[in-house]
Design a protein around this ligand. Structure first.
Ligand code: ATP
Ligand code: MG
Length: 444
C-alpha cells in the first residue's frame, strides 16, 4: 500500500479539542472522525486496528467454548418492561418510536434479549452450560461524552452471557471468563488488573472490573501493588484450577471506589504496597444469578423433574475503547512516537524510501521489498510522497507500525537500515528482517 493512495488524512498539528493522548493521536492520524457528539466514523487506519482487536477478543471467547451469535442493535421495549429495567435504566437509554408507534430502543446492553432467545430454545439442564457472546454496537446516551472513543455514545462491545443450573456451575462459567479476559488483555500487551467492583444497574453480587493504569482514566482504584507482579499460568478449564487462579488474584486487596473502605485497605495492605490511583476500565464481568431469568421466566427442567430459573452472568469488553486504551498505554506523547503491539498494528512495517524526481531507484527498491514481505504475510506501507526523509519518519512514527525500513542514498541491497521502533537502527538483510517480524507475529 502506498501512503499517497491510502485514506489516511493526517493533520499537521495536534487538534486542540483533544485533551488526552489517545484522542489526539486518533484525530491526528485520521483513525476516526466525529460525526456528532459522542458518535464517530471509523476510517481505514482506526478500523483496521479495531478489527484486529475484535479478532483477538473473539478467538479468546471461542477458546473457552463460548458460541458467537449476533443480536440486533434495535430492541423492543417489551422485554425490558418484563425485566423491570425499562424505567430504571433512565436517560442513558436511547428510546425510539417506530411507524406503528411501538416503543423501541437502541440496545445499551443485551441481558433481556439474550434471555428471551434462551428461554424459547432451551428447556433442559442437559443443554447447559451455554455461553453465548456477540460483538455489536451499543448506544448509551452518556451525559458528557468525552475523550473521543473512550467515553462515547455509540461504541463497539463484546458482551457474553452464561446460563447454568446451579450457583456452583455458574461460578465455574464466571471463572472461565475471568481467565479468558486475562489472556485477551495479555495478547494486547496490556496489564489489566481484575478489581472487585460494584454491580451497578446490571445488578447481582459478584463482579470484577479489568482496569489498566492510566492518569487519564476515569476509574479510581485502590490496590496492593503486588498484584501487578502476578502472572497467570495457562490454567486448564477445570473448576479447581480456575478457582485457584481467581484466588491468586483475590489474595491482594484490589477494588474500585464503590467498594473502597479506608480501614479495610489499611488493615489488609501494608503501607509500602498501598496504591491509590486511576485507570481505564476495559472489561467488566458480573454474576447475577436469576435477576433476569426469574422475572422473564427463563427456567429449565432439572434432573429430578423439578424446574428452576437459570443462573446467569454477563461479561463485557469495550472493543472500541481498547483502541484508545492501547494508545494511552503505548504512545510516547513527548516524542510523538506510537508503537502498536504487532498483534493489532495497522501495518507490520513501514518502508521509508528517499524520493527524488529524477531518480526512482529507492522507490523501486521499496516496491521489491514490499512484494517480498507480502509473500511472507507481512503487511507493509510505503511512503511514496515527495517529503524529505525526516518528515516521513515523523509521520510513520505516528502511524505506529512497530518496524521501519529506511532506504536512503547509501543503502545497498544486502544491508538495509532497519529498526524496531524505540530501539537502535541495525543494518541487516531482508531475510533477517522477515525472520524477526515473523517471530514476533508468531508469539501472538
Ligand atoms: P463505565 O464505568 O466506564 O461507564 P460501565 O461499567 O458502564 O463502564 P459496562 O456496562 O460494564 O460499562 O460495559 C462493558 C465495557 O464497555 C466497559 O468495560 C467499557 O470498556 C465499555 N464501555 C462502557 N461504556 C462505554 C462508553 N460510553 N464508551 C466506550 N466504551 C464503553
Ligand atoms: Mg457506564
Amino acid at each position: 500500500m502506498y501512503i499517497s493512495k491510502s485514506f489516511i488524512p493526517i493533520l499537521k498539528n495536534n487538534p486542540s479539542e483533544a485533551k488526552i493522548k489517545s484522542h489526539q493521536l486518533m484525530l491526528r492520524v485520521g483513525m476516526i472522525k466525529q460525526s456528532s457528539s459522542g458518535i464517530y466514523s471509523w476510517l481505514p487506519l482506526g478500523l483496521k486496528v479495531m478489527k484486529k482487536i475484535e479478532q483477538i477478543v473473539r478467538h479468546e471467547q471461542d477458546k473457552i467454548g463460548a458460541q458467537e451469535i449476533l443480536m440486533p442493535t434495535i430492541q423492543s421495549s417489551d422485554i425490558w418492561k418484563e425485566s423491570g429495567r425499562y424505567e430504571d435504566y433512565g436517560d442513558e437509554m436511547l428510546r425510539i418510536k417506530d411507524r406503528q408507534n411501538r416503543e423501541m430502543l437502541y440496545g445499551p446492553t443485551n441481558e433481556e434479549l439474550v434471555t428471551d432467545i434462551f428461554r424459547t430454545s432451551v428447556k433442559s439442564y442437559k443443554s447447559l452450560p451455554q455461553l453465548l457472546y456477540h460483538i455489536q454496537w451499543k448506544f448509551r446516551d452518556e451525559i458528557r461524552p468525552r475523550f473521543g472513543i473512550m467515553r462515547c455514545r455509540e461504541f463497539f462491545m463484546k458482551d457474553a452471557y452464561s446460563f447454568d443450573i446451579s450457583d456452583e456451575d455458574a461460578i465455574f462459567s464466571y471463572n472461565k471468563f475471568f481467565l479468558s479476559y486475562l489472556k485477551t488483555f495479555k495478547r494486547l500487551e496490556l496489564v489489566a488488573i481484575p478489581m472487585a467492583a460494584d454491580t451497578g444497574p446490571i445488578g447481582g453480587n459478584l463482579s470484577h472490573e479489568f482496569i489498566i493504569l492510566a492518569d487519564t482514566g476515569e476509574s479510581k482504584i485502590f490496590t496492593d501493588k503486588r498484584i501487578f507482579d502476578l502472572e497467570y499460568d495457562d490454567t486448564k478449564l477445570e473448576k479447581k484450577s480456575l478457582e485457584n487462579l481467581r484466588k491468586k488474584y483475590e489474595q491482594f486487596y484490589s477494588v474500585t471506589d464503590e467498594k473502597f473502605n479506608e480501614k479495610e485497605f489499611e488493615k489488609k495492605v501494608d503501607a509500602p504496597y498501598r496504591l491509590k490511583t486511576k485507570g481505564i476500565e476495559v472489561g467488566h464481568i458480573f454474576y447475577f444469578s436469576d435477576k433476569y431469568s426469574k422475572p422473564m421466566n427463563a427456567a429449565v427442567d432439572l434432573p429430578g423433574g423439578k424446574k428452576d430459573f437459570v443462573k446467569m452472568g454477563s461479561y463485557g469488553i469495550g472493543v472500541s475503547r481498547l483502541v484508545g486504551a492501547i494508545i494511552e498505554a503505548k504512545y510516547d506523547e513527548k516524542n510523538e512516537v506510537m508503537k502498536w503491539p504487532i498483534s493489532v498494528a495497522p501495518y507490520d512495517i513501514s518502508i521509508i524510501p528517499l524520493t527524488n524526481k529524477n531518480d526512482n531507484s529507492s522507490l523501486d527498491k521499496a516496491n521489491k521489498i514490499f512484494l517480498e514481505l507480502k509473500k511472507n504475510d507481512i503487511d507493509a506501507i510505503i511512503d511514496d510522497t515527495d517529503e524529505n526523509i525526516s518528515a516521513k519518519i515523523k509521520k510513520m512514527s505516528l502511524i505506529g507500525a512497530p518496524f521501519q525500513i529506511i532506504i536512503g542514498k547509501n543503502s545497498d541491497d544486502d544491508f538495509l537500515e532497519f529498526k524496531e521502533v524505540g530501539k537502535e537502527m541495525k543494518k541487516i538483510n531482508l531475510l533477517e528482517i522477515i525472520k524477526i517480524i515473523k517471530k514476533q507475529k508468531e508469539k501472538n
